[in-house]
Write a protein that binds this ligand. Structure first.
Ligand code: PEP
Ligand code: MN
Length: 354
């Protein structure tokens, strides 16, 4: 249910509506537009008394949200949401915007293998145009015998490197028990494809105030995916960025099939930013740039991509890692495609203390 307030309704009327919603045992979520405030009343079905809310001072109308996801829907928030990653909190980096006219590139290694390799790759991706640094400290691996990541040590390296280069960081959280630890170091959480429907984990990151990069599950529909975003939003964390990373289909010439259509579909149904991950979709570096370009052409707000200066030595996802030169070249092409949508990739942040 959304409660649309009159233009310039006084704060007292807004507060009263919020109190009444909370009395009904539902959550009140405010969306402040240029002229008016819209309040999302979200809770178990049947609990919300629509007629009572419609009768309150300052209320223009009460409209049911027809979509199963509420806070993620365009009905709740008409304009594109712009999320900000970094800028204080755990580290000392500038803020990077994603959404609306702001495109961003998140790049780095799949897994953080050593401090030296991280620092080297981070410099390459920053010089090539990335503004956010990625790197896995805890890795979801198909085999329990594969490299699982360096855990907290890798988080420390990530933090130090991000601060030195002025790049906010993004790293994967796999389990509710890791949220507190990772939150201390990171600027944003990545929820991997395999955890898209780990509802406890979604709620837990929803209780933090760090942006959440929510990857699409390997076999999830766009609706499932937006309902997962809703889990995060319903806990009060308003910052979710969706990431299309390919789904399972019968096609086996590539690792996954990047569902280009999901980009305009998400943008019609939701106000949340959406980026693409061409690396995991392709599985092979030869196809990464084409998928990244296709994603941006379809309207994505940016990319997350894996880069390595020596992919044959990578402990994880080497075959899909771009070499630094290829990454740089791809970024030049991506800027041109983004311009078609009047979107701009931010310049690399000023190194703090450099
Ligand atoms: C990753 O980003 O390294 C990763 C494991 O991604 P996904 O969850 O999309 O497979
Ligand atoms: Mn990877």
């Amino acid at each position: 249910m959304i409660i649309v307030m009159n233009p310039h309704a006084p704060q007292a009327s807004i507060d009263r509506v919020v109190r009444e919603i909370e009395k009904m045992g539902a959550g009140a979520h405010l969306s402040k537009g240029q002229f008016r405030t819209v309040i999302g009343a979200v809770g178990e079905e049947g609990k919300i008394d629509e007629a009572h809310l419609a009768s309150l001072d300052g209320v223009e109308k009460v409209v049911p949200i027809m979509k199963p996801y509420k806070l993620a829907s365009r009905e709740f928030h008409e304009d594109d949401s712009v999320m900000e990653i970094g800028g204080g909190g755990a580290g000392k980096t500038p803020k990077v915007k994603i959404g609306g006219k702001h495109a961003a590139c998140i790049a780095g290694p799949c897994a953080v293998e050593s401090e030296e390799m991280l620092n080297k790759i981070a410099r390459h991706v920053r010089d090539g145009g990335a503004t956010i640094l990625r790197g896995g400290a805890f890795k979801p691996r198909t085999s329990p015998y594969s490299f699982q990541g360096h855990g907290e040590t890798a988080l420390k390296w990530m933090r130090a490197c991000g601060d030195e280069l002025g790049m906010p960081i993004c790293t994967e959280v796999m389990d509710t028990r890791q949220v507190e630890l990772i939150e201390k170091y990171t600027d944003s959480f990545q929820i991997g494809a395999r955890n898209m429907q780990n509802f406890d984990l979604l709620r837990e990151v929803g209780k933090t105030r760090k942006p959440v990069l929510l990857k699409r599950g390997l076999a999830a529909t766009v609706k499932d995916w937006l309902l997962s975003a809703e889990y995060v939003l319903s806990q009060g964390n308003r910052s979710v960025i969706l990431c299309e990373r390919g789904i399972k289909t019968f096609e086996d010439s590539i690792r996954y099939t990047m569902d280009i259509t999901s980009i305009p579909v998400v943008q019609q149904w939701s106000h949340l930013p959406i980026i693409v991950d061409p690396s995991h979709a392709a599985g092979k570096r030869d196809f990464v740039a084409a998928l990244a370009l296709a994603g941006m052409a379809a309207g994505a707000h940016g990319i997350i991509v894996e880069v390595h200066y020596c992919p044959s030595e990578a402990q994880c996802d080497g075959p899909q890692a771009l070499l630094p030169e290829a990454f740089k070249e791809m970024m030049t092409q991506l800027r041109a495609i983004a311009a078609v949508h009047k979107r701009e990739f931010a310049d690399a942040g000023e190194a703090v203390g450099a």
